[in-house]
Design a protein around this ligand. Structure first.
Ligand code: ATP
Length: 370
C-alpha cells in the first residue's frame, strides 16, 4: 500500500553509508533546540533508512518530542538541519512533507463527530485529491486497517484512548505515507491496546512504510524496532541496530540456587564474573561461557546447589539504564540496570547539563556510538 511514486523533485542522494540511493527518510545533523537556558535538544544526528522501524527512545524530558517537532517543521531548530527524503521542512514547508505523515503528542479530533466525519474533514483539509468517491474509499480502507470500521459512525468522544490513537494512525494513513512519524503511540494504552498498536505498526512496516516512533516503553521498542537512537538529556547516547546494541551489551545469566546469599558472595569473588546482583528477579550477572563453567564448580565447592542457570541477552531495559544512568544517578556502579527510572533524564549539574559526556556513558556500557 505504500506509495511507490517518488515525489517530484526528490532525487537520489548520498545516504548515511555513503551509497548513492534514494534520499533517506530522515536525516538530521547537529540539531539543537534551546529554550532560554534549557537545552532541549543538543546536537542530535539521526539516520532513519528506508524500511526501518526506528525507535527514538529516551526518558521523560530527553528531547524526543522536540526533535520530532523539528523534523516535521513545526518548530525551528536553533541550529542544525533535518531532511525528510532529502527535503528540509523548515525551508521547503509542506512540500517537504509529501509522503510523510504522523502525529506529535496525542492526535486530536472533534469529539462530537464520528470517526468517518473527522477523517472526511481531514482529507478535505489536506486537499482531498482524487474526488469524493476515492476519498470515501480511502477512508473506508484506513478505518479497516486500524480495525475501526465497526465504530466508524460513532462519536469520537466516546472512543477509548486506544481507539483514538488508532484513529490518529488512520488519519496519517490517509496521505498514503512512505514515512510515518509517531510520537509515543502506545503511551497510556492498556496491555491489550499496546499489543494491538504493536501489531498495527508491524503490519504497516511489513507493507513497506518506514516508521519513526518515539517511546519510553522499552518492551514496545524491543519488540518492534530494528534500529534505535537512545537519547538522554538532549543527546544521542547510542544510534544503530538494536541487535548490535544487545550483542555488545554482553551475555547475561540468571541463577537460582539453594543459598542466594552465599551464591552472591561466590559470584562477587569469582574471576570473570561482572555486575553480579541479587535483584527483584533473583541473581544475575554477566560473564563469558568459560567463566560460567568455572563458576559452577566454585558454587559446588562452596556447598551451593544450582537450581537453574540460564543465559539471556541483555534486555533493552538493561542497556537503556546502563547508557542513561550515571550522570548523577549513579549509586552502586557494580549494579547496572537497577537505577531508579525517576532519576534518569532529570539528574544533572546545576546548569542543567550532564556531568558526563554520552560517549563516555556509552563506553562504560560497552557500546559504540553509531
Ligand atoms: P516526554 O517523554 O516526557 O514526552 P520528551 O523526550 O519528549 O519527553 P521534550 O518534550 O522534547 O522531551 O522536552 C525536552 C526538554 O525541553 C524538557 O526539559 C522540556 O521541559 C523542554 N521544553 C520542551 N518544550 C519547551 C518549550 N516550549 N519551552 C520551554 N521548554 C521546553
Amino acid at each position: 500500500m505504500a506509495d511507490e511514486a517518488r515525489p517530484a523533485g526528490v532525487t537520489a542522494t548520498e545516504n548515511a553509508a555513503g551509497d548513492m540511493g534514494e534520499a533517506q527518510p530522515v536525516r538530521a545533523r547537529g540539531l539543537v533546540k534551546r529554550y532560554k537556558e534549557v537545552v532541549a535538544v543538543d546536537h542530535i544526528d539521526l539516520n532513519v533508512r528506508t524500511g526501518d522501524v526506528y525507535g527514538f527512545l529516551g526518558p521523560n524530558g530527553a528531547g524526543k518530542t522536540t526533535t520530532l517537532r523539528m523534523a516535521l517543521g513545526l518548530i525551528m531548530p536553533t541550529e542544525g538541519t533535518v531532511q525528510l527524503f532529502g527535503r528540509d521542512p523548515i525551508r521547503e514547508g509542506a512540500r517537504a512533507l509529501e509522503g510523510v505523515a504522523g502525529f506529535v503528542e496525542a492526535p486530536r479530533f472533534y469529539p462530537y463527530l464520528s470517526a468517518r466525519k473527522n477523517l472526511e474533514l481531514l482529507a478535505a483539509l489536506d486537499g482531498g485529491g482524487g474526488g469524493r468517491s476515492s476519498i470515501g474509499e480511502r477512508i473506508a480502507e484506513v478505518l479497516e486497517i486500524v480495525e475501526l470500521s465497526p465504530r466508524a459512525e460513532h462519536r469520537v468522544g466516546g472512543y477509548s484512548h486506544g481507539m483514538r490513537q488508532r484513529l490518529g494512525i488512520a488519519a496519517a494513513l490517509l496521505r498514503r505515507p512512505r514515512l510515518l512519524i509517531l510520537d509515543e503511540p502506545a503511551t497510556g494504552l492498556d496491555p491489550a491496546g499496546m499489543r494491538d498498536m504493536r501489531a498495527l505498526i508491524r503490519r504497516l512496516a511489513d507493507e513497506g512504510i518506514t516508521v519513526l516512533l518515539s517511546s519510553h516503553q522499552l518492551p514496545e521498542v524491543q519488540e518492534l524496532c530494528d534500529r534505535v537512537a537512545i537519547v538522554d538529556r538532549g543527546r544521542v547516547v547510542y544510534e544503530g541496530a538494536l541487535s548490535d546494541l544487545r550483542r555488545q551489551g554482553g551475555a547475561g545469566y540468571r541463577l537460582r540456587s539453594t543459598d542466594d546469599t552465599r551464591a552472591l558472595e561466590v559470584l562477587r569473588a569469582q574471576a570473570g564474573i561482572e555486575h553480579a546482583t541479587n535483584g527483584e528477579h533473583g541473581l544475575s550477572f554477566q560473564a563469558d561461557e568459560q567463566h560460567v563453567g568455572a563458576l559452577s564448580l566454585a558454587l559446588g565447592a562452596a556447598g551451593v546447589g544450582i537450581l537453574a542457570l540460564t543465559p539471556e541477552l541483555a534486555t533493552l531495559e538493561d542497556l537503556f539504564f546502563r547508557l542513561t544512568e550515571g550522570n548523577g544517578a549513579q549509586g552502586d556502579n557494580t549494579t547496572p540496570g537497577v537505577g531508579p527510572a525517576t532519576s534518569i533524564g532529570t539528574a544533572a549539574g546545576g546548569d542543567g547539563r550532564p556531568s558526563e559526556h554520552p560517549t563516555q556513558a556509552a563506553k562504560r556500557a560497552g557500546v559504540q556510538i553509531g
